[in-house]
Design a binder for this molecule. Structure first.
Ligand code: CAA
Length: 241
């Protein structure tokens, strides 16, 4: 098996915690970042990983970055499709740009990044693909028709690709985090966030490290019998809603 892991959105938030955990578990980590070069450089130095700039909504940029990562480190064994953005707004006020930005960054990216790694995984008869969905892809969220559609789309992608790759030693799973303390949630209106957190039975938001723990579990070579699964980690919010 290859121990090279790509983590998109891997230098900040949940992605950074995933990069750290996979590095600690012995993987050679290539973290992809979109635009924040300063955070990426700091992350490279702090974690001892490599960071690569790439717009994951751009199919050709993804082909190029995967080719570069493979030239630098070797074939990819683990791909974590984590990069995501929000452009929240009630649907009757949502612009086409808000819609397209979220669908292309959060959903098209799964095609753009997975397509260039899949044949290498098939040839080596090993792969771990982990798609970071969301509780809001499972239940829908007021103000997030774009984000909920993209995150639900990732679950369909996961279940279909899992069937296609099962005989090739490649597992494909999704993680569905609830509300996690990151820049994404800290950008929400405080009163809206407070009202959501009040509905989480464990009484708090999750941490990036808790999400990274689950990704590492799915990435392990010992998790070969888990495929097409959606692991939820939301402090009980889904069952209480
Ligand atoms: N259900 C029903 N009605 C709601 C509602 C809800 N959840 N939230 C708001 N409304 C109603 C309000 O009561 C208000 O009604 P009136 O006009 O009758 O008073 C109306 O909708 C407009 O509400 P706002 O004043 O809040 O509208 P806004 O335009 O200022 O804000 C919004 C809209 C930005 C979508 C805001 O509601 C919001 O931030 N919602 C939460 C979105 C969210 O959860 N984002 C998650 C980001 S983190 C993430 O995505 C990570 C992850 O995976 C979990």
């Amino acid at each position: 098996m290859s121990n090279v892991a790509i983590v998109t959105g891997g230098t900040r938030g949940i992605g950074k915690a995933i990069s750290k955990k996979l590095k600690d578990d012995g993987f050679t980590v290539a973290a992809i970042y979109g635009g924040n070069a300063e955070a990426a450089k700091a992350c490279e130095e702090e974690l001892g990983i490599s960071a690569y700039q790439c717009d994951v909504s751009d199919v050709e940029a993804c082909e190029s970055v995967v080719a570069k990562i493979e030239a630098d480190h070797g074939g990819v064994g683990v791909l974590v499709n984590n990069a995501g953005i929000t452009r929240d707004g009630a649907f009757h006020k949502m612009s086409a740009d808000q819609w397209k930005a979220v669908i292309s960054t959060n959903l098209d990216s799964a095609f753009n990044m997975t397509r260039p790694v899949i044949n290498g995984m098939r040839d080596r008869s090993f792969g771990r693909i982990i798609n970071v969905s969301s509780i809001n892809g499972q239940k829908g969220q007021f103000g997030q028709t774009n984000y909920s559609a993209a995150k639900a789309g990732l679950i369909g992608f996961t279940r279909a690709l899992a069937q296609e790759t099962a005989k090739k030693g490649i597992t494909v799973n999704a993680l569905a985090p609830g509300y996690i303390a990151t820049d994404m949630t800290s950008g929400m209106k405080q009163e809206v966030l407070d009202s959501i957190v009040a509905g989480i039975p464990v009484g708090r938001m999750g941490t990036p490290e808790e999400m990274a723990h689950m990704v590492a579990f799915l990435a392990s070579k010992d998790s070969g019998f888990i495929t097409g699964a959606v692991l939820t980690a939301n402090g009980g919010q889904y069952i209480a809603a």
